[in-house]
Ligand binder design. Sequence first.
Ligand code: ATP
Length: 214
Amino acid sequence: MYEMYAVFGGTFDPVHFGHLFPVEALAQQAKLTRVLLLPNNVPPHRPQPEASAVQRMNMLRYAIRNRPLFEIDSRELMCDTPSWTVATLEVLRNERGPQAPLGLIIGQDSLLSLSKWYRWQDLLSLSHLLVCKRSGYSVELGSPEIRRWLDKHITTQIEQLHQHPAGFIWMANTPLVNISATGIRQRRLQGLDCNHLLPADVFDYINRAGLYLK
Ligand code: ATP
């Protein structure tokens, strides 16, 4: 079997256990060698993350200490242009070569809104789609278009992910971790404790930087 890498994009404002725990479980089930965390560049016309790009990077650095599965890939943050996942995957595909299996990890909420992504139907020609569960976002809630696409490409065979470079959708049996970055930001505003929601080093950094207090 080839070594399999996967990428996991997000705003990570902040990174939290809802990102880390499901992806660690997914990686174990799918026998992934490495997961590249890809913090997004948010274009100026969109609501901006509260943390700066540097702060989001710093939080990710703290989050992956002692988590050897993960690596940070800052290429989208370094660009001035919006982050198109499909464009990043094209670059990664060129780097990894045509045969190497590549995965794109998303949560079920992102799966349901995938048809709004730029060139979403090209994603599967570049990578597999590896989906983490997320409470409140069952696949049955997806549009008929997404469900038909899912039925066409879904597999339950991990070997297929390793034997093909791209083209399959795999739903991982990941724990439901009911945490969101929005929820964490709201709790901070309300003065509620958050230290059970994200790694201690990330939480210390948030406190030191005074993030999410206004
Ligand atoms: P926000 O609340 O600001 O929208 P978020 O917590 O959803 O943020 P993002 O950085 O936007 O986090 O998400 C990046 C990816 O992580 C998306 O694919 C999303 O589906 C997934 N994700 C985020 N939280 C969870 C969770 N609790 N369980 C499973 N997947 C998650």
